[in-house]
Design a protein around this ligand. Structure first.
Ligand SMILES: Nc1nc2c(ncn2[C@@H]2O[C@H](COP(=O)(O)OP(=O)(O)OP(=O)(O)O)[C@@H](O)[C@H]2O)c(=O)[nH]1
Length: 368
């Protein structure tokens, strides 16, 4: 690709962190800071239907969503195109010049190929100045994520700043052990506690140029490997567990809040530790004008937030994205149908599930 480069490169923050860690929440808080102006956002989502763009509250002109894949592999080319296109739009005056762009990766992204692209792509490296990798780590799910997912460890290892979230929910001892584990992975990055208000724009933006040589020997080796892969596109297969999949549940008719809660609890029980993330928007009978925003991270369901109205241009409908390891899509859909009252011919209906939770294989408990 070819494009003209302005004198002043756009500063770029890479915002990463495992599924549900709190990236979008942090981003919304940063964008709400009046000192943060002229900032564009690129959001990448894993899963067929994006919901993040509905949840980023106050984005400026530059909000762009990359959907349908994972930024670290299939969408890597798209990220390069998107960044090039953004520069082009600024230079041709179609959007106001941006001082900074925040790229939010999917929770499943290995950040090293993205960093290799940003450092190694000649035109991009001139147009954008990589100014910090901010990694969000969830104090509740973090320990399991680090133990089970190499992507989570890489996200922590490459960080210039680590933002701990959900320390308000976690046991203090567990949070301290997590800090120790993060320190081992990344001795250099300052660690900030979001719940204590430490993760502010002035600390997270302006990390200074990304310096691979200040990182651990592991990180330098990963970047070298990725840097060398421009010539070997076929090496790009290994970036996340092949067994992680996602599915989308959609329903236009409003649903009862209790049924919805029943479904979420049953899903957590049935999918067990393989359930990584549930998120979306729900069209509920009790408040058809005011959708619920749902967030489940592993087995934990955050208290749902109620929006004041449906986001502009969005038709009222429930849309849930479920991401997990070894998910049985059919079983998830059967469970939804059973709870929401649309039994399939060959699916056990809800009363049968309540009478006998084992009617769905692998299904453990209905409610706590
Ligand atoms: N109690 C508490 N909840 C938090 C905190 N940070 C984030 N959350 C909640 O965690 C849930 C997930 O947050 P998101 O910001 O959507 O997480 P994310 O990393 O963008 O998620 P994905 O993009 O799906 O990977 C939401 O319900 C947030 O309100 C925190 O510090 N404390």
């Amino acid at each position: 690709m070819a494009f003209h480069v302005s004198a002043e490169p756009v500063r770029l923050t890479l915002l990463t962190g495992f599924l549900g860690a709190g990236k979008t929440t942090l981003l919304n808080r940063l964008l709400a800071d009046p000192a943060v102006t002229d900032t564009g956002v690129i959001v990448n989502e894993f899963g067929a239907v994006g919901v993040d763009h509905l949840l980023v509250e106050s984005a400026s002109d530059g909000l762009i969503e990359l959907s349908g894949g994972c930024l670290c592999c299939s969408v890597r080319g798209d990220l390069a195109d998107t960044l090039a296109d953004l520069v082009d739009r600024m230079q041709t005056g179609r959007i106001a010049p941006l001082k900074r762009v925040v790229v939010e990766t999917t929770g499943l992204a290995d950040p090293t190929p993205i960093l290799a692209l940003l450092i190694g792509h000649p035109a991009l490296a001139r147009a954008y100045a990589l100014d910090g990798v901010v990694t969000v780590v969830d104090a509740l799910a973090g320990p399991a994520n680090l133990a089970e997912h190499v992507e989570a460890r890489r996200q922590a290892a490459v960080a210039d700043r680590i933002v701990l979230t959900k320390t308000d929910l976690a046991d203090a001892g567990a949070a301290d052990r997590l800090r120790g584990a993060l320190r081992d992975l990344n001795p250099g990055a300052p660690m900030l506690d979001a719940a204590k208000g430490e993760a502010a724009a002035d600390t997270l933006f302006g990390c200074g140029p990304f310096d691979p040589n200040a990182k651990s020997t592991d990180v330098r080796a990963w970047l070298r490997e990725e840097g060398g892969q421009h010539d070997h596109p076929h090496h790009h297969h290994r970036h996340h567990a092949p067994d992680i999949g996602s599915l989308v549940i959609e329903r236009r008719e409003p649903i009862g809040e209790r049924d919805l809660r029943g479904f979420m609890e049953a899903l957590a029980g049935a999918a067990g530790p393989g359930l990584l993330r549930v998120k979306g928007i729900a069209h509920v009978r009790e408040a058809v004008e005011r959708p619920l925003v749902l967030h489940g991270v592993r087995g934990f369901f955050h208290p749902p937030a109620r929006l004041g109205a449906w986001p502009d241009g969005m038709e009222p409908a429930t849309r849930l994205v479920v991401i997990g390891e070894g998910l049985d899509e059919r079983r998830v859909r059967d469970l939804f149908a059973a709870f929401i009252g649309e039994p399939r011919i060959d699916a056990p209906d809800r009363q049968a599930l309540i009478d006998n939770p084992l009617a769905v294989p692998g299904f453990r408990s209905l409610t706590g």
